[in-house]
Design a protein around this ligand. Structure first.
Ligand SMILES: [Zn+2]
Length: 348
């Protein structure tokens, strides 16, 4: 089907769906004579704050069932989608899709998988978080994954899939619960980011004004070390709308399992040295007066690169700007990294 025809069809379906939702949910007039507003992810088309209510209760039973089968980020995403806060997208292999399908059946949420299966290309130095599509998979090919859309009901999950496959990033982003300012920033940077490894860290940093450290709630780079409160790149490391999303997410996770939520906070209250090809390096030590004093236990690298080795030899990082750091051992300077592919993201 031609792209334009497909988009027209998609818009027609979307309007019809919204119309039905408006009539059933929001069309009714409440006791005060006001028109009720759309709830859940649908509301994000009109009011981006509507769904991110931190008092929403996530299902502890579902959480218990997901633990051990999926990673922390994906568990967060499944819980939020099942609670009708947002829709979520992930990529999964067939066996995991079957497992999630069975869990969805027991807990009353829906998943939809893309028809196509893909083989991903491993990233360089990103610990697997920036994998990109390499090619379409052959039928039954080992290692193939599908895009999976998770939502509280099948209309939402289907709509998410259609919007994503039609490249309607803005509308899809609204259903994913991404604030408008962050969706606009994504739109502006996506062609530049795709020339490298589809990583937005340099563009987020460029948009971030003021002195380090930045707002730890927006430390999306923690994702490269396991998980973070956000599922999207904020427009800046000081974006108030994204910080509100992180706050709501944290209180919902804490309501589900306080110790688990604390691990998100601890991983985000860190400093991360990002490089395009030399790995990402996380320091669980404060930035004070432009210096991070650390020992080997405070340092974690996404991959064993030359830079990781250099940092292991050092005990102090001197941060001279967003794109320049020097590594010291005692009083001796043992190395330096600088340039546009180096990004110091300090949150702690
Ligand atoms: Zn923003």
């Amino acid at each position: 089907m031609a792209v334009e025809t497909r988009k027209e069809r998609l818009r027609a379906i979307l309007w019809r769906t919204l119309d039905e939702q408006l009539q059933s949910e929001a069309g009714a007039i409440d006791g005060s004579g006001n028109r009720r507003r759309l709830t859940g992810p649908w509301g994000a088309f009109f009011d981006e704050h509507s769904a991110w209510d931190g008092t929403t209760q996530l299902s502890r039973d579902l959480y218990q069932e997901l633990k051990g089968h999926f990673d922390d980020n994906l568990i967060r995403e499944i819980l939020l989608a099942a609670a009708d806060v947002k829709i979520s997208r992930t990529t999964l292999a067939k066996r995991k899709i079957e497992l999630l399908q069975a869990i969805a059946g027991r807990h009353g949420f829906e998943i939809v998988a893309s028809e196509h299966h893909w083989i991903l290309r491993a990233d360089r130095g990103k610990g697997g978080w920036a994998n990109r599509v390499e090619r379409l998979a052959e039928p039954g090919e080992a290692g193939a994954v599908s895009n999976v859309y998770i939502a509280s009901d099948s209309t939402l999950a289907d709509t998410g899939r259609m919007l994503d496959e039609a490249g309607e990033d803005d509308l899809f982003g609204a259903l994913l619960g991404i604030p408008g300012c962050c969706r606009e920033a994504f739109e502006r940077s996506k062609s530049l980011a795709s020339e490298k490894q589809n990583d937005f860290v340099p563009y987020v940093l460029e948009n971030t004004c003021g002195d380090m450290p930045y707002d730890w709630r927006l430390n999306y780079t923690a994702q490269y070390f396991g998980f973070s409160l956000l599922s999207f790149f904020p427009c800046s490391f000081r974006c108030p709308a994204a910080a509100a999303v992180a706050d709501s997410t944290l209180s919902m996770l804490a309501g589900c399992d306080a110790a688990w939520a604390k691990r998100f906070v601890e991983l985000q209250q860190t400093n991360v040295l990002y490089t395009e090809n030399g790995g990402l390096h996380l320091f669980r030590a404060h930035l004070r007066n432009g210096l991070i004093a650390y020992d080997a236990r405070d340092l974690q690298s996404s991959e064993a690169t030359e830079l990781a080795y250099l940092l292991q030899q050092g005990d102090r990082l001197e941060v001279s700007g967003q794109h320049a750091v020097q590594v010291y051992r005692g009083s001796r300077k043992i190395g330096a990294v600088a340039g546009e592919d180096t990004c110091m993201c300090a949150f702690y």
